[in-house]
Every structure is written in structure tokens, then in C-alpha cells.
Design a protein around this ligand. Structure first.
Ligand SMILES: C[S@@+](CC[C@H](N)C(=O)[O-])C[C@H]1O[C@@H](n2cnc3c(N)ncnc32)[C@H](O)[C@@H]1O
Length: 195
């Protein structure tokens, strides 16, 4: 087994012992969502996302939102950086409950999980960094990117893991691609920015 695979299993075991559930995949139908409009809930690889974070520079005072936060795994990774806020929004009610249950102790002080549809969420203006791990297909991305464009003024960084709807993102939000981080497999994380 690879080192990453071993670390993943160890994390899953530690989580279970602590009564946490960040890592188990939930299929779209199981989450009560429409497979034509949403992707399944699966956790971000912590090593993959952590490797991109130095590129953001000093994040002290900045606020990040995970759009489609699932059970909160990416939020957990993002909380390892000194963001002022690490929030998430999620459409699946059961996933929201799990993410909120995972948010315990000190984590809860600077994190909130909103139960919301990314298409109609109305607080994008509060965040200068957005994270997504392949949450939805192109037609939904068109609406979400347009909502961000309308609400967010000023600097913006978008971190898009497995960017399956990149064309729709770029067609509706004025950000440009600044870096590309391929993983060992077929996944990649792309960073986009607007000054
Ligand atoms: C691949 S998972 C990513 C989970 C988490 N961001 C992470 O990286 O660990 C994508 C999530 O997006 C959620 N999602 C899909 N469509 C959504 C929408 N319109 N609004 C909010 N969340 C959505 C799904 O329910 C799923 O939990």
C-alpha cells in the first residue's frame, strides 16, 4: 500500500475512534440529490490540497468558502491555515448534519456550514477565496459562477479541484488561470485569480 493510502486508512481509523465521519463517500441519490445536477460527496485528498496552499501566500485575515463542502474534509484541511473564516455550503441535508457534527471544539469558532444551494446562495461577497472539489456539472456551474460574479467585488481566488466545468466557470466569472497542479493520477487542482 502507498504511503498516502496508509495515511488515509490511519486517518479513517482515528476519525472513527473519535466519532467523526469525514471520509466515507456518499452517492448522489443517497444524499437525496439529482445526479443530473450534483456530483457525489467524496473527500478531498489532504496532501493534494495542502500542497497548493503555500501559493496563496499569507491568508491571515482572509475568508474561504468550500462550495459543496460535503462532510467537511476540505474545510478540515483549510483550517490548518490561518484563515479568519473557513465556511462551507452544502445542498444535501444529511451531509450538512454530518459536517456540523464534525465541527467540534475550537474548529466551530471560525467555521460555519450553511445548508444552501450554491446557485441561490447570497453571501459570496463575504469570501475572497473559494474552494470547489468537482461539486456539480457545467450547467450548474454557469449559474454559480454568475452568482459569484454578481456578488463578489474585488480580489478573488478560486481553487478548483478536478475542474470538470472549467469552461463554464471561465465564461461566467472574470478570473484567469494562474497555476495548475496535476496529481499522480488524473486529478488536478487549478488556481484562478482576479486582482
Ligand atoms: C466531491 S464533493 C466535495 C466535498 C468537499 N468539498 C471536499 O472536498 O472534501 C462535492 C459536494 O458538492 C455538493 N453539491 C452538489 N451540488 C451542490 C449545490 N448546488 N449546492 C451545494 N452543494 C452542492 C455535493 O452534495 C457534494 O457533497
Amino acid at each position: 500500500m502507498s504511503r498516502a493510502g496508509l495515511a488515509y486508512r490511519l486517518q479513517a481509523l482515528t476519525d472513527r475512534l473519535r466519532g467523526l465521519d469525514y471520509l466515507d463517500v456518499v452517492e448522489v441519490e443517497e444524499a437525496g440529490l439529482d445526479p443530473k445536477l450534483a456530483k457525489r460527496s467524496s473527500p478531498t485528498s489532504p496532501w493534494f490540497l495542502r500542497a497548493v496552499l503555500p501559493e496563496l501566500g499569507d491568508v491571515t485575515g482572509r475568508a474561504v468558502l468550500d462550495i459543496g463542502c460535503g462532510k467537511g474534509q476540505a474545510m478540515r484541511v483549510l483550517r490548518s491555515a490561518p484563515f479568519r473564516r473557513v465556511d462551507g455550503l452544502e445542498l444535501g441535508p444529511g451531509l450538512v448534519r454530518t459536517a456540523r457534527a464534525n465541527l467540534r471544539g475550537s474548529a466551530a469558532r471560525r467555521s460555519e456550514v450553511f445548508e444552501a444551494d450554491a446557485c441561490t446562495f447570497d453571501r459570496y461577497g463575504d469570501y475572497d477565496v473559494l474552494y470547489m472539489f468537482n461539486p456539480f456539472p457545467g450547467p450548474v456551474m454557469e449559474q454559480v459562477a454568475a452568482a459569484v460574479q454578481e456578488q463578489r467585488r474585488g480580489p478573488l481566488t478560486v481553487i478548483y479541484n478536478t475542474p470538470s466545468a472549467e469552461a463554464e466557470l471561465l465564461a461566467n466569472l472574470d478570473v484567469t488561470r494562474v497555476s495548475d497542479h496535476p496529481s499522480a493520477g488524473t486529478n488536478r487542482i487549478v488556481v484562478y485569480r482576479r486582482a
